[in-house]
Structures are given as C-alpha cells and as structure tokens.
Write a protein that binds this ligand. Structure first.
Ligand code: FMN
Length: 337
C-alpha cells in the first residue's frame, strides 16, 4: 500500500492508542513487523505543546520512517497549525483523529463526535491538507450511531479534500468498544473510493486479518488492542498474508527478551520513575494469557511486580518470572504469596 511517497510494507498497521502507542512501543512494533505505527493522539491546542506529555508525544528521534503523527481537535485553523508544528518536529504523515470515542475528546466535539458535522469535517480536512506538504490520513468510525452511519459521506469528503488514506473502525461511536466490528460498511466505502482504505476493529489473529482483507477489499489492516502484550502479532499476520502459513509463536525466551528490552526502552525514554510506572500496564498485558502458569500465579506476579519502585527491581522480577516459566517451576514469590 502507498501513502503519498511512502510504501507501507507489510500492509499491517499499529493503530493509534493514547497511553499505549508511545515511541518505545511504536519502535518495538515496527521491529516486529508493523508496516506503519501511528502515534498516540497529540493535542492541537498549542497551550499544551510544552507539557511533559506532549514533549514525549512529539519526540520521534530514532523512529523508523515513515513517522505518522495523529492530531485531534475541532478548529480548522488550529488543526492546520498543529499539523505544521508536528511536521516541523519530524512527522512524515499527519493522521486526523475522527475515530476516538473517548469522553475527554468527544466532549470537546473532537474525535468521532466530529463526524456529526460534515461541513466542519470538510473544512478541517481541507485546512490540514493545505497546511502541510506531507500526506494527510484520516481515521473514522462507521458513523455516530446505527441510524447515522455516515462514514460513506465522510469518506467521499475525505477523498475530495485530498486525504491520502482512510482508516475505518467498523463500529459506530455510540458502540464504544461493545458488540462486534462489522466490515460491510468498510467494503462499501472501499468499492467507491480510489484512495487506500485501511480496515480496523477486532483484528486479533492472522486468519481474521486475511478474512477482513478478503471481505472488505481494504488495502491494509490496522491492529490495536490485540498488539498489547503481543507486539509480534504484526510479523505473524504479515507472514500468514504472504505465505498462507503460520509462523511459530515466539519462544518464552524471546518473549522474555522482547519484554526486558521494552522495559529498558521505557525506563530510558520516560526516566526511571515514570518509566517504571508506565511499564506496569505493559507487564500486565505480557503476562495476561501465559498458559504456562495458573491464573493465581499470574496474579501473584502482577501484584509483586507492580510494587517494584526501581527499574532494576522491575527488570529482575520480570526476568525471574519468565526464567521460572522457561524452567517449568513456580517462582519463589508465587509460592510464598
Ligand atoms: C487504550 C486505547 C486508546 C485509543 N486511543 C486512540 C487515539 O488516540 N486515537 C484514535 O484514533 N483511536 C484510538 N483508539 C482506537 C483504536 O485506534 C482502534 O480504532 C480501536 O481500538 C479498534 O481497533 P482494535 O479492535 O484493533 O483495538 C484507542 C483505543 C484504545 C483501546
């Protein structure tokens, strides 16, 4: 798939997830096979550009090309300025968020709430596309609710405005994350557009990725929640799409090494105190479905590792846990818990 001058290969993309797809996670997913990794949403409000959070979100040093940065907001001029600012800070693709149902975003009439106002959508897209020389992509849902599935209208507006690719999450805004994603609306849009379409929603296995591509005719798939604690899903999907065969699951030793390197990257990127805190949710995801230990042992691991206050302790406990899994024994702290 092509987004402007950028070849997206393989056609498996990490979805933007606030609080998840920071630079360490994007780098990891790209290394493990994602053809593109979209940043967490960055605010378009310049008053917040110098906060610690925004500075981290706008840091793209060392990130593999192409760097895609998502912006959110409601004012065409402000969004245009935010796009320029992010391009100045290394963005090679600007992605506009009209897909996020988060209250914090939607109360301010941004994210997927914007889809209710088609005229405003057109003004925002035109302003951003005209403001920057890099390709601009758009992420939407299928509509506001079951009675207002206006994604096909928004898709046409997007193509006319010069949007370079369109990602569609197969749910309406009022569904939040309930029910199942549907791909019929995505198929209908793909059939009518000439720009690349990216299908998103509930893709959690190579088979599902292949089914969604077949069903929708989309040019690529986008994976969000299924990548949490499982960043190798990108190479698994890519391999299956290319060969029709399954890659073996990563060994426990590889999972341990990926996780330890991820923790170290978080500690370095955020500093020890914040890095240790932010790493906790990733640790929970990596340990979540390990079949080698009982639910009690996994819960004991989370309880112990969540108490670790230093980078060294967090790394050591994690290493011990996975070493115990590899040796097929119960870790000492789990039997003591
Ligand atoms: C924790 C979390 C944060 C998210 N943040 C964003 C965001 O900042 N921007 C956005 O467009 N979508 C956001 N989303 C939506 C995802 O990009 C994606 O569309 C959704 O999770 C459906 O894909 P999935 O079923 O593969 O997870 C977020 C989703 C989650 C779970």
């Amino acid at each position: 798939m092509q987004i402007g001058p950028h070849r997206i290969e393989p056609r498996v993309i990490l979805a933007p997830m606030a609080g998840v797809t920071d630079k360490p996670f994007r780098q990891l997913c790209k290394r493990l096979g994602a053809g593109l990794a979209v940043s967490e949403m960055t605010t378009s409000d310049p008053r917040f550009w110098n906060t610690r959070k925004s500075v981290h979100r706008m840091d793209h040093v060392g990130e593999p090309d192409p760097v895609s940065v998502q912006i959110a907001g409601t004012e065409p001029d402000v969004m245009a300025e935010a796009a320029r600012h992010n391009v100045d800070h290394g963005a090679q693709i600007i992605d506009i968020n009209m897909g996020c149902p988060a209250k914090k975003v939607c109360n301010a009439w941004a994210g997927s709430a914007l889809m209710r106002d088609e005229a405003l959508v057109a003004r925002i897209l035109e302003a951003v596309v005209n403001a920057v020389d890099v390709p601009v992509t758009l992420k939407i849902r299928t509509g506001w609710d079951a009675l207002h599935r206006n994604a096909p209208v928004i898709a046409r507006i997007a193509e006319d405005a010069g949007i370079a690719a369109l990602a569609i999450h197969g749910r309406t805004r009022d569904q939040q994350y309930t029910g199942q994603a549907e791909y019929d609306t995505i198929a209908a849009i793909k059939a009518r557009l000439s720009i690349p379409v990216i299908a998103n929603g509930d893709i959690d296995s190579p088979e599902r990725a292949a089914m969604v591509l077949r069903h929708s005719g989309a040019d690529a798939v986008m994976v969000g929640r299924a990548a949490q604690g499982r960043p190798w899903i990108f190479r698994e999907i890519a391999h299956f799409l290319a060969t029709g065969e399954h890659l073996p699951s990563p060994t426990l030793a590889e999972v341990r090494d990926v996780l330890l390197a991820h923790l170290e990257a978080l500690h370095t990127f955020y500093g020890e105190q914040s890095g240790v805190r932010i790493a906790r949710k990733h640790l929970g995801w990596y340990a979540k479905d390990r079949p080698e230990h009982s639910a009690e042992e996994r819960a004991a691991f989370r309880a112990v590792v969540n108490r670790a206050e230093t980078a060294q302790a967090q790394l050591a406990l994690t290493r011990d846990y996975f070493d115990a899994l590899i040796a097929g024994v119960t870790p000492e702290w789990a039997s003591a818990a």
